[in-house]
Design a protein around this ligand. Sequence first.
Ligand SMILES: Cc1cc2nc3c(=O)[nH]c(=O)nc-3n(C[C@H](O)[C@H](O)[C@H](O)COP(=O)(O)O)c2cc1C
Length: 207
Amino acid sequence: MNSGGKSRFNILGFAGSLRANSYNKHLLNAAAELIPEGSELEIFDLEGIPLYNQDKEREPPPRVVEFKSKIRSADALLIATPEYNYSVPGVLKNAIDWASRPYPDNSFDGKPVALMSASTSMLGGARAQYHLRQTCVFLNMHPVNKPEVIVTFAPQKFSADGRLTDATARKLIAELLVNLVDWSKRISTVHPQMVDITSGSVAGLSD
Ligand SMILES: Cc1cc2nc3c(=O)[nH]c(=O)nc-3n(C[C@H](O)[C@H](O)[C@H](O)COP(=O)(O)O)c2cc1C
């Protein structure tokens, strides 16, 4: 839908974990099963994105170029984040940092996004999600507010082969995806790029 006359609504999903058996990667797989009619989910693995180095941001590594291009051509994004030490894992933050640079070439600008998290603890990554929302503000992304998909005590919610078995979590993910598509369509009719940060007057933005 976003470009080239695509007829299906294209969502790009990525998880902030490189672990093969990551609960957050499994959340994305569950989302692929629960995707609304007329939409599709492409999952991008953050494996292969090196550590961000500002000296190299004008000639980024191929994996970063690919990531930015997929973000740009997606109609919306879906991010599944673990929580590391009460925040977003470095793997995810690092990938976001690359894809937001060099200023003002922020590939996230104006993108609708939905967030999910799974953790082994009783808070399910809620703190990481809220840090991620804060990052979305600066990147001028437009997160869906509800429902909040926070999968607590993850080992109890997935089968041994990684299928999300928790009925409530599955229902919430389905609802989140419907809301993401609806929200994306609503904001795209208002203004495709609601704020142009290149015209922002905040000192230091061009560093
Ligand atoms: C370095 C590290 C820090 C962690 N910190 C937290 C934390 O602050 N809160 C939490 O709920 N879980 C924390 N965990 C546990 C993760 O929720 C758990 O490892 C989870 O499975 C990671 O997500 P993944 O399965 O998608 O890789 C931490 C794990 C690691 C490895």
